[in-house]
Write a protein that binds this ligand. Structure first.
Ligand SMILES: Nc1ncnc2c1ncn2[C@@H]1O[C@H](COP(=O)(O)OP(=O)(O)O)[C@@H](O)[C@H]1O
Ligand SMILES: [Mg+2]
Length: 319
């Protein structure tokens, strides 16, 4: 059930949890304020901590459509905003044939720059389709000019197209920007936004995320995976694992019918966590570490390896 107008951070957290995203208090508060104050939300953090997933979950919570703009080196305004449908314009031009006189030629040209031939890219789509969550993903990959362009859009929520005029959002989209911090994003852009740093989850929350997302995952295995991930993040790896890696490891364990961390699991599922050759030995060691025999994580959730176990509990899609 969408909650378009949440009234407290707790309500935001509960609604996010309902769609499978577990936010801590700080994040829930930042999201709540971004929604209430209608300010863009700037999320920074290591890869795999749940920045993109937050925007997706938030769109579902708000009952808004998610419009995603993936940034990359060299992205420019025409990829973000709009473009003219050149092949279609050409076809129309051919159909119009040779114009009889200058006046007819000018009219023919003008007719090529109408809404019909405009291709709306994500930013324009978000301005035109309320309610929307506009995800500007991995802004740190784009360059300075693109940041400046975005800042302009975020200040006016309007776009002017020389041939058509200004298109203004009736209801501004909620904008979520993410950065993996491969470089610093300019202060001007951050100042326009509410800023929140997403840290890796603690062991308790990561355990919850695993159990929440993977129905049938053994509770103790979930806790052991979360603990191993925490150790690995302190272990100075080339690529420390994110939540995506712990989910992959857990899914692998389910598929392999393994219900404990063990040398067998470590060997078979090494590639779900170690993404660099240099990290393999450390990852293998931590994943093979047998869990302490006290059974401290409880004994709930024992169905392992059943067909349903590999399904994503939150979304119902196969893992
Ligand atoms: N708080 C969370 N609750 C539930 N799932 C999460 C959470 N954080 C991350 N995930 C899951 O972890 C994976 C990686 O998250 P993602 O959003 O892609 O990370 P990022 O964009 O920060 O690199 C996704 O499958 C996502 O659904
Ligand atoms: Mg991401």
């Amino acid at each position: 059930m969408p909650v378009p107008h949440p009234t407290s951070p707790a309500e935001v957290a509960a609604a996010l949890a309902e769609v499978g995203y577990l936010a801590d208090e700080g994040l829930a508060a930042a999201v709540f304020l971004a929604v209430r104050l209608r300010r863009p939300l700037f999320l920074e953090g290591e890869p795999g901590v749940g920045k993109t997933a937050l925007a997706e979950a938030l769109a579902r919570v708000l009952g808004a459509s998610l419009i995603r703009l993936q940034c990359y080196a060299g992205i420019d305004a025409s990829q973000a905003l709009y473009d003219w449908n050149f092949p279609r314009q050409l076809l129309r031009l051919r159909a119009l044939g040779e114009a009889a006189d200058a006046e007819a030629a000018a009219a023919a040209t003008a007719s090529l720059y109408t809404r019909e031939f405009l291709v709306a890219r994500p930013v324009l789509q978000a301005l035109e389709n309320a309610p929307a969550v506009l995800l500007v993903d991995e802004i740190d990959r784009a360059d300075d000019e693109f940041e400046a362009f975005l800042l302009e859009v975020l200040e006016s929520y309007a776009v002017s197209i020389p041939e058509l005029g200004t298109i203004r959002a009736a209801v501004p989209p909620l904008v979520v920007l993410t950065s993996n911090r491969s470089r610093e994003v300019h202060d001007a852009l951050k100042r326009r936004c509410l800023y929140h740093w997403i840290a890796h989850p603690d062991v308790t929350r990561e355990t919850e995320i695993l159990r929440r997302r993977l129905a049938g995952l053994d509770a103790r295995l979930a806790a052991d995976i979360a603990a191993a991930m925490a150790r690995l993040r302190r272990a100075d790896l080339v690529k420390p694992p994110g939540i995506a890696e712990s989910l992959d490891l857990a899914r692998a364990a389910l598929e392999l019918g393994e219900s404990r961390l063990s040398p067998t699991l470590a060997e078979a599922a090494l590639g779900t966590v170690a993404k660099h050759h240099e990290d393999r030995a450390t990852v293998r060691r931590e994943l093979a570490r047998p869990a302490p025999p006290d059974g401290r994580a409880g004994s709930g959730g024992t169905t392992v390896g059943t067909p349903a176990a590999g399904r994503d509990a939150a979304t119902g899609t196969p893992a």
